[in-house]
Design a protein around this ligand. Structure first.
Ligand code: FAD
Length: 431
């Protein structure tokens, strides 16, 4: 009997999706190497750097279920750190509040600290015996025929060549793996910048009767200040901190016009008076002058067909020419495949779901984590290739749809939630 060797999966990107993908493949017996361009975000120096952009996220059942399937213990731990938000709280211009529940049966989305989520997943990855993580290693080039990639050791400046059986591109919106795959796969790609940008603020905790920290707003809601062409939102932070992370979304042209501290404060006070008082002038100015203004981008791989009726033959052609994978050797997951605007709170949830779907398909296809020694790089693992093709086929419509829904939800959040028809419909839902 010929000797069998354990196959190597290289996961590019140590973000939440890359970490969950690494855990999934390791659980299936693969040897996994994770290459992450940035330093380990659990190191104190990195923590300091990420604080300027510490986005908290809304994680929903979709994301939690994916973690639950791959790593039930991690899922349990996350649930202890989340803050359930049962609805959105609309703050109108007169500072009146209206609660709009997400679900009449009490289902919630959950606020979670993004760094905490990524750190916990990295802890799981680092403790798995068959996963190695290489921080400060940036993937530059991939040769899919030879199944090798060039990785830059950022510290020493030395490029190294590493081999793989499967390359998982989980390297985010500006994915290098996607760019490399587009040279060898008939893969369509679409990128759109929104007219809007965002900037983060922090609403500190208040003080209770005994001086203990308390939330200044109800933590059971996602707070929205919809102002039609722009909006401000706030999500509660972990229970012990009791602050809110707030985000201002507005057209770049509007933000450009607020350059001066005085103009900015006056504009902010006019539109978000209650938030102005809760955050305070100093904190507002500090965030406005120090925090980065970031663009919003929507990217879609494999985007030519966006749902609706398509004949089977046509559909097959689309699938042939619009995959997320390449043969048995590469696949794009998470933001690398679909970077959606954040208004539906589903970008990460959907990326985690990508991993769950792939994990299920690898199981169903009985893909093996070993291969006979001495196989030529050109040999295709039929089962793996079929599982990856099935992934592209089954995932396509959902991914395109959720990107479109996310875009549509911006109008809903900044405008439609204030319209009488919407409020009436929500009131009917409660009956
Ligand atoms: P990333 O988190 O971008 O990770 C990619 C990793 O790859 C990074 O660590 C990067 O350093 C590394 N990398 C990149 N290039 C290379 C390379 N060449 N070599 C090695 N490593 C590389 N989603 C939700 O579900 N709910 C929300 O409420 C929500 N809110 C959001 C709010 C805002 C303002 C924004 C901007 C996004 C929000 N999202 C939300 C989306 C969510 O942040 C992303 O979908 C999620 O982070 C994607 O995870 P990822 O692991 O695919 O990519």
């Amino acid at each position: 009997m010929s000797e069998r060797l354990t196959k190597t999966a290289v996961v590019v990107g140590g973000g939440p999706v890359g970490c969950l993908a690494a855990l999934s493949l390791a659980r299936r017996g693969w040897k996994v190497d994770v290459y992450e361009a940035r330093p380990d975000l659990r190191e104190p120096a990195s923590k300091k750097n990420t604080q300027l952009r510490s986005i908290n996220l809304a994680i929903s059942h979709r994301g939690l279920a994916a973690i639950q399937v791959i790593d039930p213990l991690a899922a349990q731990r996350f649930l202890q750190t989340v803050i359930p938000m049962k609805g959105r709280m609309i703050h109108d211009a007169n500072c009146s509040l209206v609660s709009q529940l997400y679900d009449k049966d009490g289902q919630c989305i959950n606020s979670i600290d993004r760094a905490l989520l990524n750190e916990s997943l990295l802890d799981q990855v680092s403790s798995a015996p068959n996963i190695r993580v290489f921080f400060k290693h940036k993937v530059q080039l991939v040769d899919f025929d030879k199944k090798t990639m060039t990785v830059l050791d950022v510290e020493s400046g030395t490029p190294v060549s590493v081999g793989f059986d499967l390359c998982v591109g989980a390297d985010g919106s500006y994915s290098v793996i996607r760019r490399q795959m587009m040279k060898v796969v008939r893969m369509d790609f679409q990128q759109e910048y929104l007219r809007d940008e965002y900037i983060e603020f922090k609403m500190p905790a208040g003080r209770g009767i005994a001086g203990e920290p308390v939330f200044l707003l109800d933590p059971g809601h996602l707070h929205i200040w919809p102002r039609h062409s722009f909006m401000f939102i706030a999500l509660p932070n972990q229970a012990r901190d009791k602050s809110f992370t707030c985000t201002l979304f507005a057209p770049a042209a509007v933000l450009d016009g607020l350059g001066d501290r005085v103009i900015f404060l006056s504009w902010f006070k006019t539109h978000f008076r209650d938030a102005f008082e809760l955050i305070g002038e100093d904190s507002l100015v500090a965030a406005w002058t120090q925090n980065p203004r970031s663009p919003l981008i929507c990217t879609k791989v494999s985007c030519r067909h966006s749902g609706g009726y398509v004949e089977m033959a046509e559909r097959w052609k689309y699938l042939q020419s619009n995959p997320y994978h390449h043969l048995d050797r590469a696949i794009l997951l998470g933001d690398a495949a679909h970077s959606m605007v954040p208004f539906y709170g589903q970008g990460l949830n959907c990326g985690l779901e990508d991993v769950r779907v792939l994990d299920t398909l690898l199981g169903e296809a009985q893909v093996e984590a070993t291969a006979p020694a001495g196989l030529a790089p050109g040999t295709v693992d039929g089962r793996l290739a079929a599982a990856l093709a099935r992934y592209s086929e089954s995932r396509h419509d959902d991914l395109i749809a959720i990107c479109d829904l996310a875009m549509a939800n911006y109008l809903e959040m900044r405008h439609s939630v204030t319209t009488p028809v919407y409020i009436f419909r929500k009131a009917l839902d409660k009956l």
